[in-house]
Design a protein around this ligand. Structure first.
Ligand SMILES: C[S@@+](CC[C@H](N)C(=O)[O-])C[C@H]1O[C@@H](n2cnc3c(N)ncnc32)[C@H](O)[C@@H]1O
Length: 247
């Protein structure tokens, strides 16, 4: 019975994925049109698709009384990945997302904790009142058309020495820097085309831009299975960088 319900929920999400993102309307409206019909089942489906989130969050270095921001936080699913010990170190948490249907879900999830504020706003322009210790994006950079503005904004809201962490899909450059994985031509062509229909832009320049902005970092590249797509796996990375301290 439960299996039937979950298959039915998956079918609704798959239908939204097949319809894809509408074109020719502002980004906020595109997100709302895409996510509103699948918002109730978003978490269950993405659980299997968006790998590495728990590991990224578990690896965040948080000082005592930390101020943390998630940009493109969606339903707030990632709040549950923080351990009790991590929550003991967090004084202020701000979740920012542009899509009203997902923000509504995040507000419900965060309602019981006065430290958490949820903002319906654009990750490229929203700023906290004070600089923060940690900013992270989880599968959001690939969905933000002006991702460089989001990256600049994330860096600008960080204290010197603060942490910027990102987990996301990607494909490699044709000739990546030494030490980075090189993906086959098939991988570099197939995945951007597959996800592009749903407004997810796998971009070979994300990782080089992150590495250049934050030379002090840790990086893990891996592959994840995609629901209903056996045999092939999509590349993703986890990046945790420290903002330089300059005098
Ligand atoms: C794939 S979802 C990931 C959600 C969440 N971070 C997670 O891991 O479950 C990408 C999110 O980015 C949000 N998003 C896309 N463009 C945005 C923007 N310009 N500003 C804020 N959020 C944005 C979408 O609304 C969506 O919630």
């Amino acid at each position: 019975m439960r299996r039937l319900e979950s298959l039915r929920a998956d079918a609704g999400v798959l239908l939204s994925l097949m319809r894809g993102m509408p074109r020719g309307v502002p980004h906020e409206q595109r997100l709302q049109a895409f996510y509103a019909p699948q918002a109730a089942h978003y978490d269950a489906f993405r659980e299997r698709l968006l790998q590495g989130r728990r590991e990224l969050i578990g690896s965040l270095p948080l000082p005592a009384n930390a101020a943390v921001v998630e940009l493109g936080g969606g339903t707030g699913r990632n709040l549950d990945f923080f351990s009790t010990q991590q929550w003991e170190r967090i004084a202020r948490f701000e979740l920012v997302d542009l899509c009203p249907a997902l923000v509504e879900r995040a507000q419900l999830r965060a309602a019981a904790d006065a430290r958490i504020r949820v903002h319906q706003a654009d990750a490229t322009t929203w700023r906290p009142q004070r600089l923060v210790d940690c900013v992270y994006l989880s599968y959001a950079l690939t969905m933000i058309p002006n991702w460089r503005a989001a990256l600049d904004n994330a860096l600008a809201m960080l204290k010197p020495g603060g942490t910027l962490a990102i987990v996301d899909f990607h494909v490699s450059e044709e000739r990546p820097a030494p030490g980075l994985q090189r993906h086959s031509l098939f991988t570099r062509r197939f995945w951007p085309a597959w996800f592009g229909h749903d407004g997810v832009k796998l971009d070979a320049t994300h990782l080089p831009a992150l590495r250049a902005a934050l030379p002090q970092h840790q990086l893990v590249e891996a592959r994840a299975a995609v629901p209903y797509l056996p045999l092939i796996k999509v590349p993703f990375y986890r990046f945790v960088g420290r903002k330089p301290v300059t005098d």
